[in-house]
Design a protein around this ligand. Structure first.
Ligand code: ATP
Ligand code: MG
Length: 400
């Protein structure tokens, strides 16, 4: 099939928007006689005038050939072999054009079958993610109609939605991710198939699902994403414990915390908030809700020990299902963020907070989270400024 070609007169991408290291890799591959393009999310984001998180490269060169061209290159992955070219701390990922399906699910056994550029596009998920950009002659190469779909704000599956969703159910979550992030509408057929195929998500790898969820928590669009997860029932399929709370009136408080996290997360390639802080944004409103139910509604003030236990129970019950199996470090950090909140802003106003808290492990993270809460409850800014002052003073003293 002949692709549609869009020249620099048709689009606004200029090479100064492309990462310098990625350009170097493309040039070297090209000079060695290989085909090499930018591909995927990077091209999509450039066309949407957003700063791409990463610039992936697809090439006709085999991984071993890429390795020979760059001294700083290492090959990773067995089933899905990739070349990583290092430039200091930055890595440019180079993949060889492949035929067949890209996922690592049980259904796909071998994924190192090399292919043509067209075959490489056909295995990708959505048309907007299936564009190549050739920076050497400034052309966009489009086999799937992704360029027009981007202009129409249309999310369309490459291939038949039912087949593609069954092959890799994570694509359904990715569909919600792009809806939330860009506000695009979805082609009718994919929308319908989502309803019939959603249960298949249980057959996919929890680690991959969780990675997409974390990326969304980091994206600056976590609030609309969780609304979509709830609306489409994925939340109850994936995180039944958390979904219970989203089905109640207090869900608005969770959305508000996610929105506050979104506003603190700079969009584009740099993330601001750590994953444990984002996990806390999901969990803290639930914690607050339980404290109200169990204590405050009965005019009781919980002890610090009770608060620690409750934080522990929630982290354990809600972040420990098959799909919400958060890494241990994130669970521990989220736990300390949660229970430290009531030491930074005591429930019992008479209680004088202890300044030695600033030496406690995880204090800085808890302070970041207090700032997030203050966006929702401005009177907490006073607490935030107070602790920040003490913390900075201490650090200024120890570093001199
Ligand atoms: P993000 O901005 O979150 O990184 P992305 O689209 O770049 O979004 P990646 O996970 O970085 O997502 O994947 C890079 C590219 O690989 C995608 O643009 C798409 O072409 C392809 N891809 C990723 N996941 C899948 C999948 N499950 N099925 C098919 N193609 C996929
Ligand atoms: Mg990407």
């Amino acid at each position: 099939m002949q692709p549609k070609i869009y020249t620099s007169a048709d689009h606004h991408i200029r090479n100064n928007l492309v990462d310098k290291n990625a350009l170097t890799v493309l040039r070297v591959l090209h000079e060695a006689g290989h085909i090499a393009y930018l591909v995927g999310g990077g091209v999509r984001d450039l066309l949407l005038r957003k700063e791409p998180k990463d610039f992936d490269i697809s090439t006709s060169a085999r991984p071993e050939e890429v390795k020979k061209l760059f001294r700083s290159c290492i090959l990773i992955g067995r089933r899905f072999r990739l070349a990583h070219v290092r430039f200091g701390r930055e890595v440019v990922e180079v993949a060889t054009f492949r035929a067949g399906d890209p996922t690592e699910g049980e259904l796909i056994v071998q994924d190192n079958v090399w292919g043509t550029p067209e075959e490489d596009v056909m295995r990708r998920d959505f048309t907007i993610n299936g564009l190549f950009y050739d920076p050497l002659d400034h052309k966009i190469i489009d086999y799937v109609g992704g360029f027009e779909d981007l202009q129409k704000h249309l999310l369309r599956v490459i291939g038949t939605p039912e087949v593609r969703f069954k092959q890799d159910p994570v694509r359904m979550i990715r569909m919600l991710k792009f809806r939330a992030r860009f506000g695009f509408h979805v082609e009718e057929q994919a929308h319908e198939v989502l309803q019939t195929c959603k249960k298949e998500i249980k057959n996919s790898s929890p680690a991959r699902v969780l990675e997409e969820v974390f990326r969304m928590l980091e994206s600056g669009a976590s609030e609309p994403f969780f609304r979509l997860l709830q609306e489409t029932d994925f939340l109850s399929l994936l995180f039944p414990g958390i979904a219970n709370y989203f089905a109640q009136e207090m869900s608005e408080s969770i959305y508000a915390h996610l929105k506050a996290a979104d506003s603190m997360n700079t969009k584009g390639r740099y993330r601001t908030l750590e994953r444990s802080v984002l996990a806390a944004a999901l969990l803290f409103p639930i914690y607050e809700h339980e404290i109200k139910l169990r204590y405050l509604a009965q005019e009781k003030i919980p002890h610090l020990g009770d608060l620690m236990d409750l934080a522990h129970t929630l982290v354990h019950d809600l972040f420990f299902d098959a799909f919400s199996h958060f890494p241990r470090k994130i669970r521990l950090d989220a736990h300390s963020i949660l229970h430290m909140q009531y030491r930074l802003s005591p429930l019992d106003q008479k209680r004088r907070p202890r300044t030695k808290l600033i030496h406690q492990k995880g204090f800085r993270r808890a302070l970041v989270f207090l700032k997030l809460r203050a966006l929702l409850h401005p009177k907490l800014f006073k607490n935030y400024e107070h602790w920040k002052r003490i913390y900075q003073k201490e650090h200024a003293e120890t570093s001199t």
